[in-house]
Design a protein around this ligand. Structure first.
Ligand code: ZN
Ligand code: ZN
Length: 368
């Protein structure tokens, strides 16, 4: 088979059945669409392939993908280390996570765990641009340069990788709950008798059992955006996850997971422990607590790999990288803007002048 026919074969899954052009997923129409002849196809709403995989059988239970078969190229960013894929025919590549053009094409084949599920983009580029423009105008202490810095060509529509974990837990807990009570007593202060209210604590030992199922603990597997930043644009409505379909990725970038499934499971475990502690603590009750001990048994751990839509704009200012992010499903916006210290200094100076002039007017007798 010649290289060309090989290429055509790979591309055929993305071809329009009516004119042969490349099909893309359109967030505007919420359909798979052909830009040339107007052919559209609804996204299959089924999610029967989005199934939990056993965590203890990762190697046996997961399907792998070869990214190059998606008609995409994989790039590595030299500045921030993010690894992402873009359309094979795209030129002028810059990194969505740091804005750098210092990106290297990777020649070799890439095998990764295939996503089981995807939430297609609901927020179109036009919509994302409007939200970005509105956000950039808010606040007064930001450098004027910001608008031009965060040029819209830096706005990337990108699917980010996530792991979701399920786990059953049974916890035995014990601890001491303290309840406050008060006593009044008469004391002499500076030679005068006064009534004082004194607080005491009565401690009770308690223990109990907590059974809880954690469903879809979401862990960001991105190398370009950290969990803390992502948390600000959560939640995603995970009941809208549908079966992974390569065509939903055509025309969009996608990041390749940087945190593998084991590390993701460890992070999910920390989240679960933290939540178990607060659940046991609220069962223990009291005004204060001490010596809370928890013994948890976790079983039936499963995971899924899903990819979720995000709009991201990254820009550098004074050698620091700032991110602006839109949840590509719900439209929730979060971003950090650099602060202009000149503008703040100007405001302080105005304020000082204002106080000084009030003082001057008072001294000169204007207010008498
Ligand atoms: Zn067509
Ligand atoms: Zn980068």
């Amino acid at each position: 088979m010649s290289e060309e026919t090989e290429y055509l074969k790979k591309a055929s899954a993305f071809s329009c059945p009516s004119c042969g052009s490349k099909l893309k997923y359109s967030a505007e129409h919420k359909k798979i669409a052909c830009a040339y002849c107007g052919y559209t196809e609804s996204v299959n709403p089924a999610n029967d392939q989005v199934i939990e995989q056993r965590l203890d059988k990762v190697l046996e239970s997961t399907a792998e993908v070869i990214i190059e078969n998606f008609d995409k190229k994989v790039f590595d960013c030299e500045s921030c280390g993010a690894k992402f894929m873009v359309e094979a025919d795209k030129v002028n590549i810059n990194c969505g996570f740091c804005g750098s053009t210092n990106v290297n094409l990777e020649g070799y084949e890439h095998r990764y765990i295939q996503p089981q599920g995807i939430i297609p983009f609901q927020i179109s580029r036009h919509d994302a641009e409007q939200r970005f423009n509105k956000w950039i105008r808010q606040g007064i202490f930001h450098p004027n340069k910001l608008k031009s810095l965060a040029a819209l060509e830096n706005l990337h529509g990108i699917y980010l990788p996530f792991w979701t974990f399920d786990v059953h837990t049974e916890s035995d807990w014990s601890g001491e709950a303290g309840t406050y009570y008060y006593e009044t007593r008469r004391v002499r202060i500076n030679g005068r008798m006064q009534t004082q209210r004194v607080r005491h604590i009565r401690w009770h030992r308690r223990s109990g059992h907590l059974k809880h199922f954690f469903d879809d603990v979401l862990v960001v597997a991105s190398g370009g955006l950290d969990q803390r930043h992502m948390n600000r644009v959560l939640p995603f409505l995970l009941d809208e996850v549908v079966n992974f379909d390569q065509r939903l990725m055509v025309g969009w970038e996608a990041e390749i997971y940087n945190i593998n499934v084991d590390e993701g499971a460890q992070r999910a475990d920390n989240v679960v422990d933290y939540k178990l502690r607060s659940m046991c603590s609220s069962q223990l009750g009291g005004d204060e607590q001490r010596n809370l001990h928890i013994q948890s048994h976790k079983y039936g751990q499963t995971f899924k790999h899903i990819i979720l839509p995000v709009w991201i704009c990254s820009y550098k200012y004074n050698n620091e990288i700032y991110h602006f992010t839109i949840n590509g499903q719900t439209g929730k916006v979060y971003g950090k803007k650099p602060t202009s210290y000149w503008k703040i200094a100007g405001m302080i100076l105005l304020f000082v002048l204002f106080i000084a002039s009030l003082y001057f007017l008072k001294e000169s007798g204007v207010f008498q």
